[in-house]
Design a protein around this ligand. Sequence first.
Ligand code: CP
Ligand code: NVA
Length: 302
Amino acid sequence: MKHLMKMLDLSPEEILEILDLADKLKFEIKNGIRHKILSGKTLGMIFQKSSTRTRVSFETGMYQLGGHALFLSSNDLQIGRGESTKDTARVLSRYLDGVMIRTFDQEEVETLASFGNIPIINGLTDFAHPCQVLADLQTIREYKRSFDGLKFCYIGDGNNMANSLAVGALKVGMEVALACPKGYEPDQKVLEFASNYPCFNLTTEPLEAAKDADIVYTDVWSSMGQEDEANERKKIFSGKYQVNKELMDIAHADAMVLHCLPAHRGEEITNEVLEQHANEIFDEAENRLHAQKAVMVKLMKG
Ligand code: CP
Ligand code: NVA
């Protein structure tokens, strides 16, 4: 594994290795054991979109591992004035030991990886959010002990989260059901991958997807960059694509609820359900730190 660009690139074994290392690093930091594994190394973090969790967890994680993280806003980089991703990749490779990038187009992440010669980590694109999914899988395993026999369901937009969750959940062996409105399905590449799995189901009916689910996941109706479509999307998703009490009554009695956050209470999830499952959801947010530390160790240790 040279980069973390999307869940489609990882083998099930690589995913489990990252999760095992994430668990180990979590246990150690909680018990005051700090390894300066990345001492002397620098991670550049390019942000073309806002972030709370990704930015803070990468920066803190790098510090805990003995390295340094540089916040690079695209407003300040020459990339924001038109310098190509290709040239930026070649320049940054001369200074840094790794780059985390949050941007729009998945192609940009792939270009950085092919023109640079340092590990590239996808911190969210319109297509994928692999760092979030690794933290999600870590959280599911913590609560449920194993992935065996679990049904994972996702309710809402077929966005970067849906794309990455479907692939990640299938690769670790869960049954996967997605409920998305017509026209808002996951990416074709993901559907092609999922078509090899008989335990995958895509429907427009949230109550069908949630039936007996062990994990209920949702995300915002409009992602970053889709602000212009927000009103239109609200009309399409409202009243149906929401994780609420009625939907939770259909899921398994001890189903967990996850959300990558930020959440729009009253839209994709009710305040009531979010607060009932706040333990899981904020453990999930915490696990961004541990899962990404594992990714950085795997990619940047050298
Ligand atoms: N879930 C997530 O990636 O959060 P941020 O947008 O705050 O980084
Ligand atoms: N789908 C959301 C995820 C945010 C973490 C977005 O892209 O805005």
